[in-house]
Design a protein around this ligand. Structure first.
Ligand SMILES: NC(=O)c1ccc[n+]([C@@H]2O[C@H](COP(=O)([O-])OP(=O)(O)OC[C@H]3O[C@@H](n4cnc5c(N)ncnc54)[C@H](OP(=O)(O)O)[C@@H]3O)[C@@H](O)[C@H]2O)c1
Length: 372
C-alpha cells in the first residue's frame, strides 16, 4: 500500500469538502489504487491540528469539519493549537511522500509551499493567488521536480493546480496535453466566472443590468460585495494562469481588465453601490444591442492570444460555443492548429465546493501515484 500523507492549508468550503471526500473514498482508493491518504495536519489562518501519530483519526477529522462550520478556530480546538507559520507546520507534520494542499485564498502560503517542494514533498493548489504573484514564484511552484532542464513535461512535475481555472473542469490538464502533443495553441477564449455568466445571460434576455446584479446578489451568487465579481480580477487571475501555462512571462498588471462598473463606484458602500446600479442600465442595453446588430452576443470573456491577455465584455459569434453558452457554466475554447475551425471545448460547472474538492482530490491521487 502506498501512503501519501496530506497536510491541508484551509478548512473552509473546499478544504472541508476535501476532507469529507478523502474519508468517504478510503475503501475506493485502497482497492483501486492501493493508496492511503492519511491526513497529517490541517490548518486554518491562525491554528492547526497536527497528528500525534501516523494520522488524525477520521472521527476527529469529521468533528473538525463541524467545528469549523460553526465558526470555530483550530487554535481553540481540543487537539489543536495556534500556528503562525505554515512552513513550520510542514516541517513538523512532513514525512516521506507528503502532499501539501492549499485550499486557502491568500498569497501568503507561497513561502510554505516552496519550502514543502524544497523538502521533496508535492503540492496541490486550489488557490490561484500564489500562482499569480511574481513570475519567479510561479516558476518555483510549477517547475519543481521537472525532469527536463527544469522545463516541461509539466505533467511530471511535483505540483498540480487544476482547480485554479474552471474548478473541477480539466482545463489545465487539457492545456498540458495540447502542449505535450506539440500542437500550436493560437487562442484560448473562456467564460470563467459563473456569476458573470449569469449576468450576461440576464442581459441577453433583455433584463436591466441592475435587476440581474441585484438578483444575483440576493440569491448569494455573487460575493457579499458584488464588485469582487464584477471587477473581473478573479477572471484575470485565471487568464494569467492559462497564459503562464503557455510559457508566457506576464504579470497580473499585464492583463487588460475591463470591469462591469466604473471607478467612480469603487468607493461606495455595498448598499450605495446596489442603489446606484440603474445608472449603468443604458450602457449595458446599448452594448447588448450593438452586439446583436453585429449578429453576436455579449459575453464576459477571457482571451489569451498573440501574447496578450484581455478580460472583459466582448461580442462573440452567436453560433460559437461561447455564444451558445447560457447561465453560470464555465466554458473554455482552445483554438489550435489541429482544433480548427471547431475548437476543443471544455464546458460544465465551474464552481462549487464539492466539484472543486473532487478536482483537488484527483490532483492528489495523480501525484501520489507518480513514481518518486
Ligand atoms: N468555492 C469554489 O467554488 C472554488 C472553486 C475553485 C477554486 N476555489 C478556490 O479554493 C480556495 C478555497 O475556497 P473556499 O471557498 O474554501 O474559501 P473559504 O471558505 O473562504 O476558506 C478559506 C480557508 O482558508 C483559511 N485561511 C485563510 N488565510 C489563511 C492563512 N494565512 N493560513 C492558513 N489558512 C488560511 C481560512 O481560515 P479561517 O477558517 O481561519 O478563516 C479558511 O479555512 C480559494 O482560493 C478559492 O478561490 C474555490
Amino acid at each position: 500500500m502506498r501512503h501519501a500523507p496530506i497536510i491541508l492549508f484551509g478548512v473552509g468550503g473546499v478544504g472541508s469538502a476535501l476532507i469529507r471526500q478523502i474519508v468517504q473514498n478510503r475503501a475506493h482508493h485502497a482497492t483501486e489504487f492501493e493508496l492511503e491518504l492519511p491526513i497529517a495536519a490541517v490548518c486554518d489562518r491562525d491554528g492547526a491540528v497536527v497528528a500525534l501519530g501516523e494520522a488524525i483519526e477520521d472521527v476527529t477529522l469529521l468533528d473538525i469539519i463541524d467545528f469549523k462550520k460553526q465558526g470555530g478556530r483550530l487554535a481553540d480546538y481540543a487537539q489543536g493549537g495556534p500556528q503562525q507559520d505554515l512552513a513550520a507546520i510542514v516541517d513538523v507534520a512532513g514525512r516521506p511522500n507528503a502532499i501539501v494542499v492549499d485550499c486557502t485564498a491568500t498569497e501568503t502560503t507561497a513561502p510554505a509551499l516552496i519550502a514543502a517542494l524544497e523538502r521533496g514533498y508535492r503540492v496541490v493548489l486550489a488557490n490561484k493567488k500564489p500562482l499569480t504573484i511574481e513570475q519567479e514564484v510561479y516558476d518555483r511552484l510549477t517547475r519543481a521536480g521537472a525532469t527536463v532542464n527544469g522545463r516541461p513535461p509539466r505533467q511530471l512535475t511535483a505540483t498540480r493546480w487544476e482547480t485554479t481555472c474552471g474548478a473541477g473542469l480539466p482545463v489545465i490538464a487539457t492545456l498540458h496535453r495540447l502542449i505535450a502533443s506539440g500542437d500550436a495553441i493560437t487562442r484560448i477564449a473562456g467564460a470563467l466566472s459563473g456569476t458573470l455568466g449569469y449576468v450576461m445571460t440576464g442581459l441577453q434576455q433583455g433584463r436591466p443590468f441592475s435587476e440581474v446584479v441585484r438578483e444575483a446578489h440576493r440569491l448569494g451568487y455573487t460575493e457579499p460585495d458584488p464588485r469582487d465579481d464584477l471587477g473581473g480580477v478573479d477572471v484575470a487571475r485565471k487568464a494569467l494562469i492559462l497564459a503562464r501555462g503557455l510559457g508566457w512571462r506576464l504579470g497580473l498588471e499585464d492583463v487588460a481588465v475591463t470591469g462591469l462598473y466604473p471607478m467612480e463606484m469603487a468607493s461606495l458602500s455595498v448598499t450605495e453601490f446596489l442603489e446606484a446600479l440603474p445608472s449603468l442600465d443604458a450602457h449595458f442595453r446599448r452594448l447588448v444591442e450593438e452586439a446583436a446588430a453585429q449578429g453576436g452576443v455579449l459575453r464576459y470573456v477571457a482571451t489569451v492570444a498573440e501574447g496578450r491577455c484581455t478580460v472583459g465584455p466582448q461580442t462573440v459569434d452567436a453560433s460559437s460555443p461561447l455564444g451558445q453558452l447560457r447561465g453560470a457554466d464555465n466554458l473554455v475554447e482552445f483554438h489550435t492548429r489541429w482544433y480548427q475551425p471547431t475548437p476543443l471545448v471544455i464546458q460544465g460547472r465551474g464552481a462549487g465546493v464539492d466539484a472543486t474538492a473532487a478536482g483537488v482530490l484527483s490532483d492528489i491521487v495523480e501525484l501520489a501515484l507518480l513514481r518518486a
